[in-house]
Design a protein around this ligand. Structure first.
Ligand SMILES: Cc1ncc(COP(=O)(O)O)c(C=O)c1O
Length: 397
């Protein structure tokens, strides 16, 4: 059978198993309520637009002004053809915001993560990763292992005793790196940062935290996992995205000591062989950081919404995973069940995505609700009525 014929067969299999993903097309900016092609207005409960900044005028206008000032893009990679002053402004603002000395932007956090491990590790080195880390961290480590032959290990999710065992076993490694998510994206739980920092110090390791779901979300000022624990300045390396709370366009960054970002500028392959962020995107993200600094009340509202939604789901008889973040997963079991529930909710005007294997382990498929500061009580009550109706129909409550 032909190459493409084989792919078509596999796609047909996905459809048969009920795990085929259909894209929904939106015809309005990302917001609490969006216009979805073929469905009209719906409430969205599955966006990372945590602070509702995707369409605030300050963030959009900054992008438009940047287009006029710097044009569409750099036209090549930064070290070859130059970088824009807005990149430097953004990187300074991001470093200050997350409590690090410096930062370096990438076109995505995927690239920031991918550009980290294989660049700073070599054969005598060791990296250890939480079992539930994001795919971009996993792939970053796989890449590093393949290219450099560094040693790797995985510790059980948030199990500090297991992590300590792995660090002990790495005894003579030259450099040791611990890599964790700040908020775990599928569970919505928070990394045990005080223990992670203590273990990093004890075993002379460097701690890297991917704060993609925590930047703009955790801590009073939305400065991330470190602020949540009162530990700003104590995390060695922070990677994060600009594609969620910070305006939601795209982009990512790595923050840490200047020696790290300088080294990444010299050697990280996504820097050396790929264009910089478009200036429109860099300017919107910069405006988003400034907006959060001026409006920390958005972070408070986000958490009020998350608390309300969790409490109301529990009152209806659902059992969302316990937690204190705006990620509220409801576990359903089989992948097809999660996708079916998500389809039924969409028919009621609520967009919440069902996740199954391989994004989450087999048997732990879920619908993952994500709250935003942009949701009003009316939006949340509308969604809760849909959950009640569909939950009863499926015998879940
Ligand atoms: C923890 C984590 N890291 C990295 C990424 C990738 O971010 P980006 O969209 O900027 O590549 C995501 C996005 O889903 C994420 O959740």
């Amino acid at each position: 059978m032909s190459f493409m014929g084989q792919l078509q067969d596999e796609l047909a299999e996905f459809k048969k198993e009920g795990i085929y993903k259909r894209l929904n097309y939106l015809d309005s900016p990302q917001a609490a309520r969006v216009q979805m092609e073929g469905r009209g207005e719906i409430v969205i409960l599955s966006s990372n637009n945590y602070l509702g900044l995707c369409n605030v005028p300050e963030v959009m206008d900054a992008g438009k002004d940047a287009l006029d000032r710097w044009g569409a893009g750099t036209g090549s990679v930064r070290f070859i053809c130059g970088t824009f002053t807005v990149h430097r402004q953004l990187e300074d603002a991001l470093a200050r915001f997350v409590g690090c000395e410096s930062s370096l932007s990438y076109v995505s956090c995927w690239n920031a993560n991918e550009g980290l491990c294989a660049t700073v590790l070599a054969e005598p080195d060791f990296v250890v990763s939480d079992q539930l880390n994001h795919a971009s961290i996993i792939d970053s480590i796989r890449l590093a292992k393949t290219i450099t032959k560094c040693q790797t290990a995985v510790y059980k999710h948030s199990d500090m005793a297991d992590l300590e065992e792995k660090l002990k076993a790495a005894g003579t490694a030259r450099r040791k790196l611990i890599f964790t998510d700040g908020i775990f994206s599928m569970e919505g739980d928070i990394a045990k940062l005080p223990d992670l920092v203590a273990l990093a110090r004890k075993y002379d390791a460097v701690l890297a935290v991917d704060d993609s779901h925590a930047t703009g979300v955790l801590g009073k000022g939305g400065r991330g996992t470190a602020e949540h624990y009162g530990m700003l300045g104590q995390v060695d390396v922070i990677t994060s995205t600009l594609g969620k709370a910070l305006g939601g366009a795209a982009g990512g960054f790595t923050a840490g000591p200047f020696a790290l970002t300088d080294y990444l500028t010299q050697r990280s392959r996504p820097q050396l062989f790929s264009n910089a962020l478009p200036p429109t995107v860099a300017a919107s993200a910069l405006a988003a950081v400034r907006y959060i600094e001026l409006h920390p009340d958005l972070v408070t509202r986000l958490h009020q919404n998350a608390r309300y939604f969790r409490e109301q789901l529990l009152a209806l008889g659902f059992q969302p995973l316990a937690g204190e973040t705006p990620i509220v997963p409801v576990i359903l079991g089989e992948t097809a069940k999660a996708i079916h529930m998500s389809e039924l909710l969409l028919a009621e005007g609520v967009f919440v995505t069902g996740f199954g294997y391989p994004v989450v382990p087999q048997g732990y498929a879920r619908v993952r609700c994500q709250l935003s500061a942009a949701h009003t009580k009316d939006d949340l009550d509308f969604a809760l009525r849909a959950f009640k109706k569909i939950g009863s129909k499926l015998g879940l409550i």
